[in-house]
Design a protein around this ligand. Structure first.
Ligand SMILES: NC(=O)c1ccc[n+]([C@@H]2O[C@H](COP(=O)([O-])OP(=O)(O)OC[C@H]3O[C@@H](n4cnc5c(N)ncnc54)[C@H](O)[C@@H]3O)[C@@H](O)[C@H]2O)c1
Length: 434
């Protein structure tokens, strides 16, 4: 411990504070005191005995330069010093919007536990809420404090995306308004589209140039399109719309029908929009390495029941459970991230909504469309080329493509493409709607 380089500009986490107090009992005494209740800045004060190891330079966050750090996460820590006992990777900044909502309530604890980015990856969480949810956001931050996650080094909370998204390397955009009773889908597109236009601009201004963005808030494909159009300095291929929950649901249904555990189901694609026009692809999917159609002979079930069950699973779940599928959505966000940061198993793929720009399937360009992808684990992806199509699949693709093209016209005012003309082919539902 005596070698700890504590004279550098350091940040000390609470867990290190207790570690230090255990290991340097006579060298320093530290206390923690909130500085300012409303801004949640805190001061760590230490006294040092003469001629002994230097204590960390005490840092308090400057309210002018830093978004709101929360409570214990305002304390300073020293990752460098900890390298002596374990090898940490460089801290990564993860922004989460809608952080006081139901999905985040599951997701944040998975992120902080190391389940997503690994047990040697310290993280900073930057939590964006709405004005209405700021109190609840403090509650979330308190629960994160009380969980004592060693990997969770910083938590900032705020309602200004230009502050919260600062240097974000991942942006998980969950916060959105729910569709109210009697609200037209077009109205939802506009209300939520404005949120994602603003957040796209903020990412463009302050996030890492290589930030990976996963849009969850619905209608997520078109929100992702709006977001990327408002962030011209960030590669469009870095933006995703979450369709992984739909993929997971499709895998589960195929496993049930085939009477096999779901780990035997692979190569499942969700094509198109995260709405009830989505196309769960059973033509290219495999069970135990064999084409699904060779294993499940009931093709009528595949074409009719399977597709509809997956498309409407979220709505049925709300009817049973009284609320939407927050836990399994959080799991699917974890799956989506892990698919980008770990190499895709040989021969398999995963679904994600990505910007169409030179796709090999003949899908219209310049929309966000869910497609089969593979990753080398570097955060990037490539489209899978060896997929087959039949008439049934083509017809379904055309329908979901038409819906996305119509949604795009509805939000032209938010993508910088002129005046919006909203003529949706039918008032389709989000998968979570009843
Ligand atoms: N893509 C998918 O697979 C999928 C699955 C489930 C839910 N969803 C969508 O995810 C979204 C969130 O779901 P939830 O169950 O967590 O909802 P929720 O209502 O529990 O939480 C949403 C939170 O976002 C906040 N919020 C609203 N506007 C905001 C803004 N501009 N900036 C920051 N925060 C804002 C709200 O205050 C609320 O705390 C919904 O749009 C839902 O339809 C998508």
């Amino acid at each position: 411990m005596a070698e700890l380089n504590l004279s550098t500009k350091t940040h000390v986490h609470s867990s290190q504070l207790s570690f230090l107090s255990r290991n340097l009992p006579r060298q320093r005494q530290c206390s923690f005191a909130p500085l300012h209740r409303t801004t949640q800045h805190a001061r760590i004060s230490c006294s040092v005995a003469p001629n002994q190891v230097q204590v960390p330079a005490v840092q308090t966050q400057d309210p002018k330069t830093k978004p709101e750090c929360y409570g214990v996460f305002c304390l300073t820590y020293d990752l460098k010093a900890e390298e002596e006992t374990r090898s940490w990777k460089k801290l990564i900044n993860i922004a989460v919007s809608g952080a006081a909502g139901m999905i985040s309530n599951h997701l944040l604890f998975k992120l902080a536990s190391g389940e997503v980015f690994g047990p040697d990856q310290p993280i900073a969480l930057k939590l964006l809420g709405s004005e209405r949810s700021i109190q609840a956001l403090e509650g979330v931050a308190m629960e994160l404090e009380d969980s004592l996650f060693p990997l969770l080094r910083e938590v900032n909370i705020g309602i200004d995306p230009y502050e919260v998204f600062q240097d974000a390397e991942w942006a998980l955009l969950i916060g959105a308004k729910p569709r109210g009773p009697g609200m037209e889908r077009a109205a939802l597109l506009d209300i939520n589209g404005q949120i994602f236009a603003e957040q796209g601009k903020a990412l463009n201004a302050v996030a890492s140039r290589n930030v990976k963005v996963i849009v969850v808030g619905n209608p997520c494909n078109t929100n992702a399109l709006i977001c990327l159009k408002n962030a011209p300095n960030i590669p469009a291929r870095n933006f995703h719309a979450l369709t992984r929950l739909d993929e997971n649901r499709a895998k589960c249904q195929l496993a049930l029908k085939a009477g096999v555990f779901y780990d035997k189901v692979s190569n499942v694609t969700i094509w198109g929009n995260h709405s009830t026009t989505q196309v769960p692809d059973f033509l290219n999917a495999r069970i135990d390495g064999r084409p699904v159609k060779d294993v499940i002979k009931d093709h009528k079930w595949l074409e009719e029941e399977f597709t509809e069950t997956v498309q409407k699973r979220g709505g049925v779940l709300i009817q049973k459970w009284g609320r939407s599928s927050a836990a399994s959505t959080a799991v699917s966000i974890v799956d989506a991230i892990r698919s980008l940061v770990t190499p895709t198993p040989e021969g398999d793929w995963f679904s994600t909504g990505v910007y169409t720009n030179g796709n090999p399937y003949g899908i219209a360009e310049d929309i966000v469309f869910s497609m089969p992808c593979r990753s080398k684990g570097d955060g990037d992806y490539e489209l899978v080329k060896d997929v087959i199509f039949d008439d049934y699949l083509r017809q379904r693709l055309a329908k979901t493509e038409a819906e996305l093209l119509a949604e795009k016209k509805c939000v032209a005012h938010l993508t910088g493409e002129g005046i919006a003309v909203c003529d949706l082919p039918g008032d389709t539902m989000l998968p979570g709607e009843v």
